[in-house]
Design a protein around this ligand. Sequence first.
Ligand code: C2O
Ligand code: CU
Ligand code: CU
Length: 417
Amino acid sequence: EIGNEVYYTIEAQKGQTEIFEGIQTKTLGYNSSFLGPVMKLKKGQNVHIKLKNSLDEETTFHWHGLIIDGEADGGPHDVIQPGEEKEINFKVQQDRATLWFHPHPKGKTAKQVFEGLAGLIYIEDSKDDPFEYGENDFPLILQDRTFNNQKQLDYQFVQHPDGTMGESLLINGTLSPRLTVNNEKVRFRLLNGSNMRNYTIKLSNNQSFQQIASDGGLLNAPVELKELQLTPSERAEIVIDFSKFKKDEDIKLIMDDGTVLLPFQIKDKGKEVKNEIQEPLTPVTISNEEMQKQVSKEIVLFGMGHHVTINGKKFDMNRIDFTQKKGETEVWEIYNKPDMMGGMIHPFHIHGTQFKVISINGEEPPENLQGYKDTIALDPGDRAKIAVKFEEKGVFMYHCHILEHEDNGMMGQIKVE
Ligand code: C2O
Ligand code: CU
Ligand code: CU
């Protein structure tokens, strides 16, 4: 780190990980054998990243949720061949947020993420953070995987055109994890890093928790919740107040069907705890006025399996589907058109921007969807209006974040000029 310049090397590599005791599972990772490091960036920094591909196949490095120019965004055009390197440079422009990075090569994204390529990015700002990494601030990357008889991740073996679901739940790459927490407020940064599974999470004692941030950063105010849905690629920062619970109480983070994600053990911190949740202050990058604009782009999500389309078309690397002016807000209407089978939920994601949800089916969105988002989940039949602004130029992808849908062509390109 020199002044405001920071340098990183991120290497996609092959490795072996002991997920099951005594067994080596072949995995992929960034700078490690499985998953990746938490990259901590600060607003205002000039970041220089050397990207290295040490895999046997081509890959790209995509910065999901980051405001970045199209050239550095790591979409399917930015392929790095095995053994090759590339450098990207960008300035961190956005406020505190939990983002992530993952590969995006055409038709191979789902497989590479499934095998372990995913890492978190924390954007920090100058405000004091009352939570401390590893002490009362923990990342929770939720992923489901299926292993074959040899306990290997054989993507071909489980691949499904509507998205791969696994019977084993991993958190941060670990099976059946437990976590010891202090009897104080603890922040969890959740990422749904699964290919297609939706999670609705809750506490086993049915107590509430607070959501303080969504994809793009802090909400205007903490939102009290008993349940929270996360579709693929969505993030949420939640705060659980463990001082409310008895020390020997058996508390778990579970899914709505009762599946256990994470059992907690509460320990006495032994000193006074005073981690007040910081006063959220969502920066206004899209004004209320801009949110009143007429719809100028319509997106229709349709189909299942191999037949998924956006606006009736499949992804074509050589076709630009939309254009938009840099710095200008437009209102997009996203419609999840049901099919004869009813259809399915599609998490719709846009690269290189954080947007605001104006309405869902004509109604004001729930409070925890009123902050900045880069992914919005639509049930079949849902119509959402979102206000979208790009701060950087270039070609950006928008797509369904069920990774197999994306690989099957449920993706389009917008050129920002
Ligand atoms: Cu997670 Cu195309 O993105
Ligand atoms: Cu993305
Ligand atoms: Cu989809």
